[in-house]
Design a protein around this ligand. Structure first.
Ligand code: NAI
Ligand code: MG
Length: 541
């Protein structure tokens, strides 16, 4: 085994190394300019032919509270980084409890007194549509900013994430004037109706892996229902939310309706989760932090909480399908977005009859994966988000090796700057290994062998998570059996990571509470009021 490990460590995935330098050089050569307030700029003129970088500039680094960009109450800032190099690209206002107080006051006032919840739903819908149009107009620049601060391939951000962002706002704009209650045929002489009212001030805490998409999942339904918002971005990726929040105000959103505060979790995030004037909390991130915010909500004002947390999703390859297609889909299910997906297909279960062929081809596919500067055309994988995540992924790789899984390829760092990790494949993975139990959140595929459907159902479900699952089969009976038996919020059959605006998303077990997207997300942001009126005047009136 040792020999196999060493030889596989020598085989390297395709590494578009030549492209990592130039974009960073753009900044250090002085072609980019750094202005006050941490504003940094670079332009296409300075880009090499290989790089596809539209002009992008970091203009918004302060909190957006009550329609104004403001410094942190403390005057403090924190750095935002470029994960390609670790270099600082902006200094961003660092929020804590006082900034959250100010943002919540603005949101409270906008809800209690302001026009948003009282505005005609059609008007609200039109503002959401105008906003979506503005985002579409600025989508190249937004995709570039997302890549610059997050490290995801620019082509992915531009071609799939920005269009999905726009689609989500179109979708929820469509709902704004279709939310209404029921008349209820209750016993007795009463007219009974339900009013579906906005819940109030929504606190929203989002992670760094899909900064714009997470914004859309949470802000879209909350605003469509007439709520006001305080959103805290992840400390790693504060930039694009500020940019789009500015566009929202250009689209006519009244001040105080959407407030964006940057800052760290234990300070700004905890202040939001425990605020007495926040009526609802929505969180996406780790299961550990999910437990903390749920407890903070319970200990303060019992605000309802939706949680979208971690996962360890099985991807089940049955023996009857086209192996090449199965390999490609399983590869995508795990490696997409640098493996930084809550629903990543991180346990690839393969039927024993096709296991050897699948393994060999999966290894070859991982070795062909193009890793490099995410601004380069054709690059499939950029850097991990930061040093902490990079080290975490390397620790899990070490743990896989130590627990005697077979390292088929990858296993180390790529290049000597930034947070690039080699696409890594482990075989001979056993259910009780840490790499088969914990969320690695990196480009590390674990391949496990199974014999029959009953066995794989038990093993796939033997996890504390239940976010998603993938099934690859041509057999309709096998598909039906698996989709019903798997305890997961989403089961993708012969596809993976399909994220249409209308499809609900969320987890069973410790993967979360509640559903986002689609019609299901509206319930998170509505109160139901029963109004009961006698049909005839009662005798005492
Ligand atoms: P995290 O769950 O700690 O952070 C997510 C968000 O919660 C950020 O906005 C953060 O500032 C905030 N937060 C952190 N501590 C908080 C607190 N005490 N009170 C209120 N808000 C708080 O995730 P982190 O530390 O960035 O990553 C750790 C692991 O979590 C990752 O390695 C990955 O396994 C998982 N993760 C899962 C995500 C998902 O999509 N479900 C997204 C990001 C991370
Ligand atoms: Mg954390």
């Amino acid at each position: 085994m040792a020999a196999r490990r060493i030889s596989s460590l020598l085989s390297r995935a395709v590494y578009a190394s030549s492209s990592i330098g130039p974009a960073s050089l753009l900044l250090s050569r002085g072609r980019g300019s750094v202005r006050g307030n941490g504003i940094k700029k670079f332009s296409t003129a300075a880009a090499t032919e290989e790089l596809i970088i539209p002009p992008v500039q970091i203009s918004y680094t302060k909190h957006l509270i009550n329609g104004q960009f403001v410094d942190a109450a403390s005057g403090k800032t924190f750095p935002a980084h470029d994960p390609r190099s670790g270099e600082v690209i902006a200094h961003v206002a660092e929020g804590d409890a006082e900034d959250i107080n100010r943002a919540v006051s603005a949101a409270r006032k906008a809800f209690d007194e302001g026009p948003w919840p009282k505005m005609s739903p059609y008007e609200r819908s039109r503002i959401l549509l105008r906003f979506a149009d503005l985002v579409e107009k600025h989508s190249d620049e937004l995709a570039a900013l997302e890549t610059w601060n997050n490290g995801k391939p620019y082509e992915q951000a531009a071609k799939s994430e920005l269009p999905l962002f726009v689609r989500l706002f179109h979708y929820y704009a469509g709902w704004a004037d279709k939310i209404h209650g029921l008349t209820v045929p209750a016993d007795g002489d009463h007219h009974v109706q339900t009013l579906h009212e906005p819940i109030g001030v929504a606190g929203q805490i989002i992670p760094w892996n899909f900064p714009l998409i997470m914004f859309a999942w949470k802000v879209g339904p909350a605003l469509a229902c007439g709520n006001t918002i305080v959103l805290k971005t992840a400390e790693q990726t504060p930039l694009t939310a500020l940019y789009v929040a500015k566009l929202f105000h250009e689209a006519g959103l009244p001040p105080g309706v959407l407030n964006v505060v940057s800052g760290y979790g234990p300070t700004a995030g905890a202040a939001l989760a425990s605020h007495m004037d926040v009526d609802k909390l929505a969180f996406t991130g780790s299961t550990d932090t999910g437990k903390i915010v749920l407890e903070l909500a319970a200990r303060s004002n019992l605000k309802p909480v939706t949680l979208e947390l971690g996962g360890k999703s099985p991807f089940i390859v049955c023996e009857d399908g086209d192996i090449d297609k199965a390999v490609e889909l399983a590869h995508f299910a795990l490696f997409f977005n640098q493996g930084q997906c809550c629903c990543a297909g991180s346990r690839t279960f393969v039927h024993e009859r096709v296991y050897d062929e699948f393994l060999e081809k999966s290894k070859k596919r991982a070795l062909r994966r193009v890793v490099g500067d995410p601004f380069k055309k054709g690059v499939e994988q950029g850097p991990q988000i930061d040093e902490e995540q990079f080290q975490k992924v390397l620790r899990y790789i070490r743990s896989g090796i130590d627990s005697n899984a077979t390292l088929e390829c990858g296993g180390g760092r790529l290049g000597n700057k930034g947070y690039f990790v080699e696409p890594t494949v482990f075989s001979d993975v056993k259910d009780d290994m840490l790499i088969a139990q914990d969320e690695i959140f990196g480009p590390v595929q674990s391949i496990l062998k199974f014999k029959d459907i009953d066995e794989v159902i038990k093993r796939a479900n033997a996890t504390r998570y239940g976010l998603a699952a993938g099934v690859f089969t041509k057999n309709i009976n096998t598909a039906n059996t698996l989709t019903r038996a798997l305890r997961a919020g989403t089961v993708w059959v012969n596809c993976f990571d399909v994220f249409d605006a209308a499809i609900p998303f969320g987890g069973y077990k410790m993967s979360g509470i509640g559903r986002e997207k689609g019609i299901y997300s509206l319930n998170n942001y509505l109160q139901v009021k029963a109004v009961v009126t006698p049909l005839k005047n009662p005798a005492w009136l």
